[in-house]
Design a binder for this molecule. Structure first.
Ligand SMILES: Cc1ncc(COP(=O)(O)O)c(C=O)c1O
Length: 432
């Protein structure tokens, strides 16, 4: 049924109803509804606003840029795009030096998948069975955590790898998650299914929409070795983990792994539409030789580029990755305190300021507590904190990702709200 009221003319793109509050403005770690009610934004908007909302330097950069040079033909370069590309190339790991500026995460993944196909001559794309890479054709074909039904086939050559989830993996040896066995098993299946034209693996270092699943230490290096054995490229989609959120500038740094293509979006524009696909000079050269084309309306836009350059400057200058590491450790400890007191919290996980809290019916069965998850999210919002549930099908995993500028007081407030919401919802019992 159509949602009554103000949403009457808005297409319900999320296949359900919108939140029943209308947001009028935002500042720092808060969004404010029409009535001026403050809501702590512990999702950083759509997992993007790492600098908090309306950071004064971002507002100034965007205003200045749009007033000076708003848009150009995509064959023109601008100083903003040159400076942005140079700033980004300076902070990503070597030998990634070639920046393709784009607008959205899905778009950057399309660009990277097309690069991999162009360079390898293959077309088969491997992704995790709980991945989210976007809703556009190629990205959607490599996305398994939602949106797959009702619109026909994806692209041929889409292959899956089991998500190495230590909390739920069936691969256990001597009581420990045996991710190597899980990875070997996955590639055995891939090798049997492949028609011999493997092009790339695309992966999130921490699967976010898939339920905050951090790839175990060593996994990325082993995955890269599997790619190299098969002549495949490794594409890392750091839409959410990039720009400091996990405690290093890029999540792959923890593992000492440099992908063939690094994709950034969401956090790169800190809330404005900006993404980038970054690769080596060698891959770029091979793409150009083979006629690679990814010509978009907004590739050369100066305004998002000016914003992106400022985001890079602020993150590096204010050492926000270190802040994410420290505050993330603090928040994880507070969440673990809650876990001590609430039997329904089965697992607390994640890295830096990208944390997950999994609610279960009981810790033995680990059955997902879906109704409870939905109720706690709703009650938290009523109490003044927006805490997002990932994997809506199971709806029991909270994805907690405040801006990197969040304060300890704000973290304490959000934890207190979550505590109260869980206490009340558990006491109320299952809805009848
Ligand atoms: C890891 C990851 N990649 C790509 C995307 C798609 O980005 P966009 O919605 O900007 O196309 C998302 C969006 O949630 C994401 O989480």
């Amino acid at each position: 049924m159509t949602q009554p009221g103000p949403a009457h003319h808005v297409f319900r793109y999320g296949s359900g109803d919108f939140a029943d509050t209308v947001i009028a403005r935002a500042s720092g770690s808060y969004v404010y509804d029409r009535d001026g009610r403050a809501i702590l934004d512990f999702t950083s908007g759509q997992m993007s606003s790492i600098l908090g909302h309306s950071h004064p330097e971002i507002v100034a950069a965007a205003r200045e840029a749009v007033g000076r040079l708003d848009h150009v033909h995509s064959s023109f370069l601008t100083d903003d795009v040159l400076a942005f590309s140079e700033a980004l190339a300076a902070i990503v790991p070597d030998p990634l030096t070639k920046v393709l500026p784009l607008s959205t995460g899905g778009e950057s993944n399309e660009a990277a998948l097309r690069m991999a196909k162009t360079v390898t001559g293959g077309f088969e794309i491997v992704a995790f069975d709980r991945a989210w890479h976007g809703v556009t054709g190629g990205a959607a074909s490599a996305t398994y955590s939602g949106g797959r039904r009702g619109h026909g086939p994806g692209l041929p050559g889409a292959l899956v790898l089991p998500t190495p989830d230590p909390y739920r993996s069936p691969f256990v040896t001597d009581g420990h998650h045996d991710w190597r066995a899980e990875l070997d098993f996955g590639f055995d299946l891939i090798d049997r299914q492949s028609v011999g034209q493997l092009a790339a693996v695309i992966a999130e270092p921490v699967l976010s929409s898939g339920g905050i699943v951090e790839l175990p230490e060593g996994y990325l290096a082993a995955l890269q070795a599997k790619c190299r054995e098969r002549g495949m490229l490794l594409i890392l989609d750091e839409a959410q983990t990039g720009m400091g959120r996990t405690g290093t500038l890029f999540a792959c740094e923890r593992d000492g792994v440099v992908p063939d293509i690094l994709n950034l979006s969401k956090t790169l524009g800190a809330g404005l539409p900006l993404s980038a696909s970054i690769t080596s000079a060698e891959i770029e050269e091979a793409c150009v030789e083979r006629g690679y084309l990814f010509y978009t309306t907004h590739a050369a836009d100066p305004v998002p580029a000016a914003v992106g350059r400022k985001v890079v400057e602020i993150v590096v200058r204010d050492r926000l990755h270190e802040r994410a590491r420290e505050l993330g450790a603090y928040m994880k400890d507070r969440l673990r305190d809650l876990q001590q007191r609430h039997e329904c919290i089965g697992d607390v996980r994640g890295r830096g300021l990208l944390l997950g809290v999994e609610l279960v019916e009981d810790r033995q069965s680990k059955r997902p507590a879906r109704e409870l998850g939905l109720a706690v999210a709703q009650r938290s919002l009523e109490l003044g904190a927006s805490l997002n549930i990932s994997r809506r099908q199971v709806a029991n995993i909270f994805r907690i990702a405040p801006p990197l500028t969040v304060t300890r007081d704000e973290i304490d407030t959000a934890i207190a709200i979550l505590d109260q919401a869980i206490t009340e919802c558990v006491a109320r019992g299952p809805a009848t």
